[in-house]
Design a protein around this ligand. Structure first.
Ligand code: 2X7
Ligand code: FE2
Length: 309
C-alpha cells in the first residue's frame, strides 16, 4: 500500500495567453518582444519552489474547458497537439505534449462519484487541452516534466451560481484531497484564475499587444477589490476571505466564479496560513496575481467549516 499522499502547495495561477506569448517558448508559434514581466517573474520564483518540492503531479482546474454535464477529468496517458486561443490566436498557438496521471485521475473520479457528483473521465486521445490548462501548466513548470491532470469547469463560469455551484466545488475539493491521500501522491494544485475580470473591449494596439505603455488596471474600484482580497490571503484570514468572495465576484466579475479557487481551498481544507503573493499586474486590464499557499509549513485547517455537507 502506498504512503498517504499530500497536497504540498496550492497556487492561484492565472492563464492569460499573453504570459506565454511574452515568454517566447519554442512551443508557441507567435513571437513577442516580451511584456508582462512582473507576472512572469512571479512565476519564475514559483517554478524554483515547485522543482524543490518534487511533486508527482500538478492538478489544474480551468475555466476554459467548460462542460455542461458534470465535472470532467483528463484520463489519457499522454496528450499532444496544437492548442489555439479562440480570442487571441495571434498570441497563442501552442504545441503541447504532456503526461497525465491516469491513476490519480481514476481516483478523483471514484471519490467524486462517492460524493454523489456527476463526473466523467475524458478518454479521447485526440483531446485538445484548453489554453487555461496549458498556460497555467507552462508557467508553473515550463519543462513539462511533471504529469498533470486537468479538471473541467462544470457549466460555463457565466452560469456558476454561488448558491449551487459552490457546494459542488467543495465536494470536488474533498474528493481531490482524498484521491491524493489514497494514491500516495505529492500534489500541487492550481486554480487557473484571473481576479477582477473586466477587460478592454479591444486591444490598444493589435500590432504590438505587448506595448506595456498601454497596459493598466480597468478601474480603481476593481484594483481596490483585488487588493482587498489579496490582503486577506496574505493575512491568512480565511473566514473573511470566504465571506467577501461572493461580493468580489459580483463587483468585478472575478474569474474565480468558475469555481477553481473554491475547489482548491476546499481541497486544502481552507488553510488559515498566510499566502504569499508573488506578483500582481494587469493583463488587458484584468487583475492577475500569482499566489501561493505552502502547506509544508503546516496548515491549521477549518475542517470543512465552509462546506455544509
Ligand atoms: O482567459 C483570459 C483571462 N482570464 C484574462 C485575461 C486575458 C485573456 O484571457
Ligand atoms: Fe480566463
Amino acid at each position: 500500500m502506498s504512503q498517504k499522499g499530500q497536497i504540498v502547495s496550492g497556487y492561484i495561477a492565472p492563464h492569460p495567453p499573453h504570459l506565454v506569448y511574452g515568454e517566447n517558448p519554442p512551443q508557441n508559434i507567435p513571437r513577442s518582444t516580451g511584456g508582462w514581466e512582473v507576472l512572469r517573474w512571479a512565476y519564475d520564483n514559483v517554478r524554483e519552489k515547485i522543482k524543490a518540492q518534487k511533486p508527482d503531479v500538478i492538478i489544474v482546474h480551468t475555466p476554459h474547458w467548460m462542460t455542461m454535464v458534470g465535472h470532467h477529468i483528463t484520463r489519457v496517458p499522454r496528450l499532444k497537439g496544437l492548442s489555439v486561443d479562440p480570442i487571441f490566436p495571434h498570441l497563442f498557438r501552442y504545441n503541447f505534449d504532456t503526461a497525465i496521471d491516469v491513476d490519480l485521475a481514476d481516483a478523483i473520479y471514484d471519490e467524486a462519484i462517492a460524493e454523489g457528483m456527476t463526473a466523467k473521465k475524458m478518454t479521447n486521445p485526440n483531446f485538445r487541452l484548453d489554453y487555461g490548462t496549458i498556460v497555467t501548466s507552462h508557467m508553473l513548470n515550463p519543462d513539462w516534466d511533471i504529469p498533470i491532470i486537468s479538471l473541467s469547469a462544470n457549466n460555463s463560469p457565466y452560469y456558476f451560481s454561488l448558491n449551487v455551484g459552490i457546494e459542488e466545488m467543495f465536494k470536488l475539493g474533498r474528493a481531490t484531497r482524498r484521491a491524493i491521500e489514497k494514491t500516495g501522491r505529492r500534489a500541487v494544485l492550481a486554480a487557473s484564475n484571473t481576479l477582477s475580470h473586466y477587460h478592454f473591449d479591444r486591444e490598444p494596439d493589435p500590432n504590438l499587444p505587448e506595448d506595456m505603455s498601454k497596459e493598466h488596471v480597468f478601474s480603481h474600484q476593481n484594483y481596490l477589490w483585488d487588493m482587498r482580497v489579496l490582503q486577506l490571503m496574505r493575512e491568512g484570514n480565511m473566514d473573511e476571505l470566504m465571506k467577501v468572495l461572493p461580493q468580489f465576484i459580483d463587483a468585478t466579475s472575478a474569474e474565480v466564479k468558475s469555481g477553481g479557487l473554491f475547489w482548491m481551498l476546499a481541497a486544502m481544507d481552507f488553510p488559515n496560513i498566510p499566502a504569499k503573493v508573488h506578483g500582481y499586474w494587469s493583463v488587458i486590464a484584468t487583475g492577475n496575481a500569482v499566489v501561493e499557499w505552502d502547506l509544508t509549513k503546516g496548515a491549521n485547517g477549518h475542517q470543512g467549516a465552509y462546506a455544509h455537507a
